[in-house]
Design a protein around this ligand. Sequence first.
Ligand code: UDP
Length: 450
Amino acid sequence: QVRASNDLHVAVLAFPFGSHAGPLLSLVRRIAAAAPNVTFSFFSTDKSNATVFSGMKKEDLGNIKPYNVHDGYPNNHVPSGQPLEPVNLFINAMPGNYRQAMEKVVAENGKNFSCLLTDAFLWFGGEMAEQMYAKWVPLWTAGPFSLFSHLVTDVLRQKIGCNDVREDQNIDFLRGFSAVKVADLPIGIVTGDLEAPFSVMIYKMGLMLPRATAVAINSFHEIEPLIVDELKSRFQQLLNVGPFILTTPQPFIPDDYGCLEWLSKHGNASVAYISFGTVITPPAHELTALANSLEECEFPFLWSFRGNAEKQLPEGFLERTRTKGKVVPWAPQTEILKHPSVGVFVTHSGWNSILETIVGGVSMICRPFFGDQKLNTRLLETLWGIGVGIDNGVFTKDAMVKALKLTLSSEKGKIMRQKIVAFKESAMKAAQPDGDSSRNIKTLIELVTT
Ligand code: UDP
């Protein structure tokens, strides 16, 4: 059945935690701008919507309208303070909470949904779309390797087992994975609580994604052609549409703390930029070790700190390092990574951070914590040679001093920077008007808006 574009209504279902909803909104803004007659209803929790739509004017939104879905908290619930509690409550409320909000919107504007553009985590999108005679287009907001590991979870469980797993063995039975160790795999595949709400959600996702009309991914073909080919053979259509920082409109992040001006007072590739994304603060002993290493090396540093720096960093550290360092609660990261003064990024290896670093042409020191971060670290270090891990995987003063010296003042650091420039060039090429990612965006726009 062909519908007039005025009748087309796209439901965008975001996953409201970490850096998931923001990149999805960026992609939707790009699609919605190309299809001004199509209506886009964006569903996330009130908290997530308040964050991702903050500072946006009505004219920025155009044909996109935010709607809140219930966060899953029972009435009068007293939060336990457990970091995973909000995520588990939300997952347990899915898909009913989305369905309820979606039905209300359709009742209001009288337009049935023609397409469901969802975070890939939302495995139920396929069935929901079928019931609505709509298309299902999921977006995977991380990289191709981790996506592939979720698609082959059953194979991994069968070959490796799930009890008393030997974590140091290499995954040599999967094409493209021989450098990866079992310990690098995201928790919930063969290790951790396989019955936890998050593990179950992501397992179901692996089973359902092959049913999608197309799967979009915030990546570019050249980053891992082998794995991309594996993914292509399993999906109806795979669309590399990233890096989003080059292919989609980005939210404006004000430089409230003068980071860029501060950077411009430093020499070329001399500064260590430190950030662990939107949710992570390393444990106390690691914060101390990292701070002590910075003090000892005397390299200039810029630290985007989640938490209370005054309380959590060693006593007197901020005062003693005032002339060398700058600690801020939030930084315009994408601009910082493009600044010539930044020589290394100390990161948790979140996927968005990695893509932003590639576009900035900066090498990385990686301290991964959870999710895809360990897998990403292995690739950065072993396969691509554009990052280093830290000895034994946690911050100690000596290990960090070694990593800082290696990346900022050694020949090996220079080679890493050269290698990253090659990745940067492929990313830029993919995002040019005739590049692979730009062509895929056109295909995606066509799919979602017809
Ligand atoms: N970010 C930022 N300023 C900061 C810290 C982080 O703009 O001070 C942004 C960063 O540019 C990236 C995102 O937050 O786009 C973090 O995403 P990533 O996937 O790296 O990590 P997550 O937050 O999902 O763990």
